[in-house]
Design a protein around this ligand. Structure first.
Ligand code: K2U
Ligand code: ZN
Length: 172
């Protein structure tokens, strides 16, 4: 297994719309394993293939306290959603930025597992939020897209400062 590089905003590759998975083979299983390792190492509770520059409709998540309940969703589609939940979100591709996002509280998802078998599952709470966050990634959407234009502009300026800062500290 390998740790993969996570793309960071505003990398344009994060805007790629992922394509459906059609080959359920050993190469796909290796990508799943590497994504899981990358997610756990980054202390994330979800990761979409888009974030590791693999533009396939594949995501992994694990919202368990014990960090040993990996779930894999391939070619996910939402069949139903209900309720709303507003919660502060972060993103491994947008470090140190957090913002409130409104999402469905409960979702029913249809997807395939690593062997291509179809599954249908109802998720609620943090798992539902995480799934919707990851499915946004597969559409090239980021949680910062839900920010007001003013807040998004402030974010871009903050990230630009952060990126300049390391250089300044070296030259100082
Ligand atoms: O897609 C990612 O970057 C992974 C996110 C998933 C996520 C975002 C917001 C809300 C729930 C899940 C990371 O796991 S962000 C880090 C994190 C860790 C624990 C709880 C919330 C966010
Ligand atoms: Zn994210």
């Amino acid at each position: 297994m390998s740790k993969l590089t996570i793309l960071e905003y505003p990398d344009p590759r994060l805007r790629t719309v992922a394509k459906p998975v059609t080959r359920f083979d050993a190469q796909l299983q290796t990508l799943i394993d590497d994504m899981a390792e990358t997610m756990y190492a980054a202390r994330g509770i979800g990761l979409a293939a888009t974030q590791v520059d693999q533009h396939l409709r594949l995501l992994v998540l694990d919202v368990s306290e014990s960090r040993d309940a990996l779930q894999v969703f391939i070619n996910p589609e939402l069949l139903d959603r209900s309720g709303t939940l507003q919660q502060e979100e972060g993103c491994l591709s947008v470090p140190e930025i957090y913002a409130e996002v409104k999402r469905a509280e409960t979702v029913t998802v249809r997807a395939q597992d690593a062997s291509g078998e179809h599954l249908e599952q109802q998720l609620d709470g943090l798992a539902a939020i995480c799934l919707q966050h990851e499915m946004d990634h597969l559409q090239g959407r980021l949680f910062v897209d839900y920010l007001s234009p003013i807040k998004r502009d402030m974010l871009k300026k903050k990230l630009a400062r952060q990126r300049r800062q390391p250089a300044e500290s070296v030259s100082a």
